[in-house]
Write a protein that binds this ligand. Structure first.
Ligand SMILES: Nc1nc2c(ncn2[C@@H]2O[C@H](COP(=O)(O)OP(=O)(O)OP(=O)(O)O)[C@@H](O)[C@H]2O)c(=O)[nH]1
Ligand SMILES: [Mg+2]
Length: 632
């Protein structure tokens, strides 16, 4: 089963709708106003089912210059163009504009239907044919079929159908493995069913019961039913005209231009970067700050241009540009867009989306390098560039798939290759960091540790949390990964929550060593009645409290143990106190605070904190006011 979408194009009244009717039997002008005025206003849809499983979907567009906006919504999703030119009038303004639009959208193939041929003679037909050859010379229609036809007499209709079939058969099939995306072109309600949206499924596949989202509105819904050509189907694939019945969604909440995709899968953005090119016959150059109408898919959004490579783009020229959109855009990278000037409303150019979620603050040269790589790089380079671009935060696979112009499975494959080549680093199964970002984080961490050691030569290391915020503010998972790597390679050592460079060693001057020894001796001698840090430091001729770096040195090396608040004991003293306490408890089974006072010859000031300390160390257990040895 292959679906190929054909879009009509051409000047008003040149016979597009009549030709679609002659080909398919369907009158695509449905609106009463269309019937009354004899012109097409909005998109119409018909199809041809060929015996070999080929379906040719036809989107009929209006030719009136006031409805080019609708025409753009229709041709956004087509595979081939049928440019309809009336033989009696020949090439007219919208013939040119529609052809330019199809060219800007990079439609690859198509033909010219030289219609109303019943109204002219053979000589005239030949003249018009020459004109058309001139018109299409440098376009995708160059050398393509020009089929004289008449919707009135039926002459040439079979030849036209055959030519369409040949082109459709040769058109490359659309990839069904891409993220599904259906730009909505119509919304209506069906009694008893609720909201139905229709559009051409631009990529991927959708199935009944899929959880979808209407972007950019953030509305989620379940697909209750799918229809193609008025028949229910379980699954719709790229290229198919599809009607989706959305469960639990208000009709009023959805509009043409919105996009149906899998919940959470697509990027919504008001800032996009891409290439831009101007049609050769544009009336004036494109300048930064110009306000334009930006068309992709079925949407039209007002936007301001910011040119990134010079002050202006001349007619026929091109460059890189940023568009600041006045409403959120939902379009995949790689998509083509068309721009029309704000006033007069004429098509002036188009381009390719390169980055649909660009970083706002980035120096101009870096931004240009980034976009040039996205424009010209191979698939692996493009994927790598996206991950490199986000820096130390790394990127989730889902986010990457929405920002890179490849199918999700292909993105995963490319990422895995890059991990294998050491260009990317896997934080987990679907979270990746660029090797350069990782190297930068690593350098920041090492530099922060060096600075810390220089500023605090007597401290054993930096707190892990402080390092994380100083070094980069890296995400906890990324930071854990970084630390593990640094430990593994032998650069840093981790002692509980303290991180230090392995190369760092505490070196004391003779004087510092003498003072530390003196402090330690003081605590050793004091045994079970230790001084306060202030007292001990004072006796050594130093000012300060427990934060004093020489004092901390004894705490860090575990020679002094904090029993409570600023009450420290020498560890040797504490061991001996514990031994004596345990011995006494073995003998007496239970003791009160007075007993320990007597045992150690200390005041209540020390006795109570010591007992609580041993309780917390699970040596003793409190029973009322008394202690017993903790069983086990
Ligand atoms: N003699 C003759 N008249 C035709 C032919 N095809 C269309 N017409 C007439 O041309 C007029 C316009 O035809 P449409 O098919 O509505 O033209 P259109 O291109 O769809 O017009 P828009 O959608 O408004 O741009 C109608 O009056 C048709 O009857 C043809 O092959 N021969
Ligand atoms: Mg029409």
């Amino acid at each position: 089963m292959k679906h190929v979408v054909v879009g009509t194009a051409g000047h008003i009244d040149h016979g597009k709708t009549s030709l679609v009717k002659a080909l398919t039997g369907t009158d695509t002008d449905r609106l009463p106003e269309e019937k009354a005025r004899g012109i097409t206003i909005d998109l119409g849809f018909a199809f041809l089912e060929e015996p070999d499983g080929l379906t040719i979907e036809i989107v009929d567009v209006p030719g009136h210059e006031r409805f080019v906006k609708n025409m753009l919504a229709g041709v956004g999703g087509i595979d081939l163009a049928m440019l309809v030119i009336a033989a009696d009038e020949g090439v007219m303004p919208q013939t040119r504009e529609h052809l330019a639009i199809c060219s800007l959208l990079r439609i690859k193939t198509g033909l010219v239907a030289l219609t109303k041929s019943d109204l002219v003679d053979a000589d005239w037909l030949e003249l018009v044919r020459e004109d058309i050859t001139g018109l299409t010379r440098a376009t995708f229609l160059a050398g393509g079929p020009i089929v004289p036809v008449s919707a009135k007499t039926g002459q040439g209709v079979d030849e036209l159908r055959a030519a369409l079939r040949a082109l459709a058969s040769a058109a490359p099939p659309r990839a069904a493995d891409q993220l599904p995306r259906l730009p909505i072109d119509r919304v209506f309600t069906v009694k008893g069913f609720g909201t139905v949206v229709t559009g051409t499924l631009a990529a991927g596949a959708l199935a009944v019961d899929d959880r979808v989202e209407v972007f950019p509105r953030g509305l989620t819904a379940k697909i209750r039913g799918l229809q193609a050509h008025g028949r229910p189907v379980e699954r719709a694939t790229a290229g198919q005209r599809t009607a989706i019945n959305l469960q639990g969604l208000e009709r009023a909440a959805v509009e043409r231009g919105d996009v149906v995709g899998l919940a959470g899968a697509l990027v919504t953005s008001t800032l996009v970067d891409g290439t831009v090119e101007l049609v050769p016959d544009a009336a004036r150059p494109l300048k930064s700050r110009d306000r334009v109408r930006f068309h992709t898919g079925t949407s039209e959004i007002m936007a301001r241009v910011l040119l990134l490579e010079g002050a202006e783009v001349a007619p026929g020229g091109s460059g890189l540009a940023r568009f600041r959109l006045e409403a959120p855009l939902v379009a995949p990278p790689g998509d083509r867009f068309v721009i029309r000037s704000y006033s007069p409303i004429v098509t002036i150019g188009g381009g390719t989306l390169l980055d649909v979620d660009p970083r706002v603050r980035l120096k101009a040269p870096a931004r240009l390098a980034h976009l040039r790589l996205l424009a010209r790089g191979g698939p692996g380079e493009v994927v790598e560039e996206h991950v490199r671009h986000v820096g130390g935060a790394g990127m989730r696979l889902g986010a990457l798939a929405a920002r890179a112009p490849f199918a999700p499975a292909r993105v995963r494959q490319l990422v895995e290759e890059l991990v294998g080549a050491g260009r990317l680093l896997a934080i987990d199964r679907d979270w990746f960091l660029h090797a350069e970002s990782f190297a930068r984080l690593r350098a920041q961490a090492v530099a922060a540790l060096e600075r810390f050691h220089r500023a605090h030569p007597l401290r054993p290391g930096m707190s892990r949390e402080e390092l994380r915020s100083r070094a980069s503010g890296a995400d906890e998972r990324v930071f854990a990964h970084l630390l593990a790597r640094l430990v593994e390679e032998g650069t840093v050592a981790l002692d509980r929550d303290k991180v230090r460079l392995v190369a760092h060693a505490i070196r004391l001057s003779d004087e510092q060593q003498r003072l530390v020894d003196r402090l330690e001796q003081d605590y050793l001698k004091a045994d079970a009645s230790p001084p306060s840090p202030e007292e001990a430091l004072g006796r050594a001729g130093l000012a300060g409290g427990e934060d004093h770096e020489l004092f901390q040195l004894l705490v860090d090396s575990k020679k002094l143990v904090r029993v409570k608040e600023s009450l420290f004991f020498h560890s040797t003293a504490l061991d001996s106190i514990q031994e004596r306490l345990v011995a006494m408890l073995r003998e007496r089974r239970e003791i009160g605070p007075g007993d320990i006072k007597d045992l150690l010859g200390i005041s209540r000031k020390y006795a109570i904190p010591l007992l609580e300390y041993f309780d917390s160390r699970r040596v003793t257990q409190r029973v009322g006011e008394r202690r017993i040895l903790r069983p086990g």
